[in-house]
Design a binder for this molecule. Structure first.
Ligand SMILES: NC(=O)c1ccc[n+]([C@@H]2O[C@H](COP(=O)([O-])OP(=O)(O)OC[C@H]3O[C@@H](n4cnc5c(N)ncnc54)[C@H](O)[C@@H]3O)[C@@H](O)[C@H]2O)c1
Length: 319
């Protein structure tokens, strides 16, 4: 049997591949539009790893490539267009993030693949969501990125209820970790750690008291790997709140580890405003702990320490 990861050489996909490589004996098929070999350098030559370059929005190609392969136990669907491109390239956002999810679910149905795990986001909630946020809160996204997440969840629930594909969507806050790139709203939190760890100055583009909910990539991927072949998942959607940390708190943790770290602030007023009104995931949901036993093992200080060590000792995480 094999595990398919779409977006398999992206940030989350590559960390998950490393986790599943050790926690299972299955083959891993990493499907990605752009293959980032650096991220999977330690795995890529192993016979248990296959790389497929392709576009999840192209159903004919996706299905024909995967049909040639072995049986799949689980699909982790992470291939996605990311913000800010989702907000300017609406057709691509629709094709990749909505049609792409449909294509993956159809493949699962046609080939009796019993499990699809999806990475959703707090972006499914709009700025007007009532607090505290729970899994039952009204999904009313204001971004095309969030629209793609809601549509994917609704499609997944349909396949779960009516078509025999077990679907689980985990709504993550910001995930941070070594080597994350991109231009998303929360990338400042990553940059505050990443650049000093590689001996460079970090420029933080939000005001220093801005806080965002964070999860360390290693906690997230360990948890995602624990869902593989898991039968007792009562719900289809789960929120993970993350730990709210201010930019200046993160900077302090970094400076405790790297005394000469330079972290400067050059706030973008619009981004700061958007993040101040961000209610996403100000939650009070315990379902992820109660139903699925999610239990992060890194405190914020331990996360920063581990992140810095990884960047310093593994050149593949340099950006
Ligand atoms: N990083 C976070 O903080 C975060 C938080 C919540 C949810 N998520 C979700 O997790 C998933 C993975 O995010 P990530 O942080 O690893 O981002 P990432 O940009 O590192 O990975 C996304 C991957 O998708 C691939 N991709 C893009 N278009 C594709 C296409 N048409 N066909 C196949 N693959 C395609 C990219 O090449 C990339 O490898 C996404 O769905 C994202 O929305 C991420």
């Amino acid at each position: 049997m094999a595990i398919l990861i779409t977006g398999g050489t992206g940030f989350i996909g590559s960390f998950l591949a490393k986790e599943l490589f050790t926690s299972t004996n299955e083959e891993l098929i990493l499907f990605d539009y752009i293959i980032n070999e650096k991220r999977i350098k330690s795995l890529k030559d192993d016979p248990r790893i296959s790389l497929i370059k392709g576009d999840v929005s192209n159903r004919t190609f996706l299905h024909s490539q995967l049909e040639k392969l072995t049986d799949f136990s689980t699909i982790y669907h992470f291939g996605s267009l990311m913000p800010p491109l989702t907000e300017s390239e609406l057709t691509d956002a629709f094709n990749i993030n909505i049609q792409g999810t449909f294509n993956v679910l159809e493949f699962a149905r046609l080939h009796n693949i019993s499990q699809v795990v999806y990475s959703s986001s707090g972006a499914i909630y709009g700025p007007g969501v009532d607090l505290p946020v729970t899994e039952q809160s009204f999904r009313d996204p204001w971004t095309m990125y969030g629209v793609g997440k809601v549509c994917s969840e609704v499609l997944g629930s349909f396949y779960h209820r009516r078509k025999g594909v077990k679907f689980t969507s985990i709504r993550f806050p910001a995930l941070i970790g070594p080597g994350r790139t991109g231009k998303g709203m929360t990338i400042f939190a990553n940059n505050i750690i990443q650049y000093p760890a590689q001996g460079e100055k970090a420029i933080c583009n939000v005001e220093e008291d801005i806080a965002v909910p964070l999860i360390y990539i290693k906690d997230a991927t360990k948890f995602l790997a624990s869902l593989h072949k898991r039968e007792d998942i009562p719900e289809q959607t789960y929120n993970i709140d993350g730990v709210w940390i201010r930019a200046n708190e993160l900077a302090k943790y970094v400076q405790n580890e790297i005394s000469d770290a330079i972290i400067e602030y050059d706030p973008d007023p619009e981004l700061t405003f958007m993040l101040r009104s961000w209610s996403m995931m100000k939650g009070e949901s315990n379902a992820i702990f109660d139903d699925l036993g999610y239990s992060p093992s890194y405190s914020p200080e331990e996360m920063v320490k581990d992140f810095i060590l990884e960047v310093k000792t593994n050149p593949d995480y340099k950006i």
